[in-house]
Design a protein around this ligand. Structure first.
Ligand SMILES: Nc1ncnc2c1ncn2[C@@H]1O[C@H](COP(=O)(O)OP(=O)(O)O)[C@@H](O)[C@H]1O
Ligand SMILES: [Mg+2]
Length: 233
């Protein structure tokens, strides 16, 4: 589903040049939940941004379904952003003044879906994440966990095959965080979605099908024991 090959990315030039990704090889299968851990500043967000078509790599390749990119500039991967990946962020990124339904419908409308269809798809997505009875609540009237589930509904409403989640539980208490990961598990198992999530929490990371560790510019398979070691750094 997702195949990342020999991906390299650095920032700056000359003596201030910083090589962040030094030849990343990784994949995510359809229906798979993969967690990505690693010390702060190691390049996790950089990697997600490149996979999400928000940033170009210096070299290497990404294939996501029928999309082939990696070194293409963001202006040339509009399709990836529109139809390839859905995003979930630490701080939810909801519109304060819009209720849950309109938060989800709005983003569908922005991608060109007529408003009636957008509303129906938004309802279906909110039902799917268990918020069918909260559709007319604005973010302030929802708990952090519920707000993140609205963001999950928004990410899945566009029928994109891959969800990228950058520290999705960073602003949540332990229980809400676990519920979000359980929702990911369910979406992967039942809906065939793939999720790549960054987390600092070894327990949450271990709820994934597979754990990856990004360190010194490279990814490696990880397990729960070494994950606790990462946490201590
Ligand atoms: N646009 C940029 N310009 C210069 N340096 C950057 C830029 N984006 C990220 N970096 C640097 O790249 C490294 C990796 O950043 P990031 O991917 O955000 O790490 P992580 O998400 O793992 O904490 C950091 O040292 C960061 O300062
Ligand atoms: Mg980051």
């Amino acid at each position: 589903m997702l195949e990342v090959s020999d991906l390299r990315k650095g920032f700056g030039s000359g003596r201030r040049r910083l090589e962040v990704l030094k030849g990343i090889n990784m994949s995510v299968e359809k229906g798979e939940l993969v967690s990505l851990m690693g010390p702060s500043g190691c390049g996790k967000s950089t990697l997600l941004n490149i996979i999400g078509g928000l940033l170009e790599a210096d070299s290497g390749n990404i294939s996501l379904g029928s999309f082939d990119y990696g070194t293409k500039p963001p202006s040339r991967v509009v399709d990836v952003r529109r139809n390839g990946v859905g995003w979930i962020f630490q701080d939810f990124h909801l519109v304060d003044r819009l209720n849950a339904l309109d938060n989800v419908a709005f983003s569908l409308e922005l991608s060109g879906i007529p408003s009636q269809e957008a509303e129906q798809r938004a309802k279906d997505a909110l039902d799917r994440v268990g918020l069918g009875d909260r559709m007319d609540f604005i973010p302030d009237q929802l708990s952090g966990g519920q707000q993140q589930r609205v963001a999950v509904a928004r990410a899945i409403s566009g029928s994109r095959p891959l969800i990228l989640a950058d520290e999705p539980t960073g602003n949540l208490d332990v229980k809400s965080g676990q519920e979000v990961i359980k929702l990911f598990q369910d979406l992967c198992a039942k809906d065939g979605l793939s999720v790549l999530m960054v987390t600092h929490d070894p327990l949450l990371a271990s709820m994934a099908d597979r754990m990856l560790l990004l360190k010194d510019g490279l990814t490696a398979a990880s397990d729960i024991r070494s994950a606790w070691g990462i946490e201590e750094e």
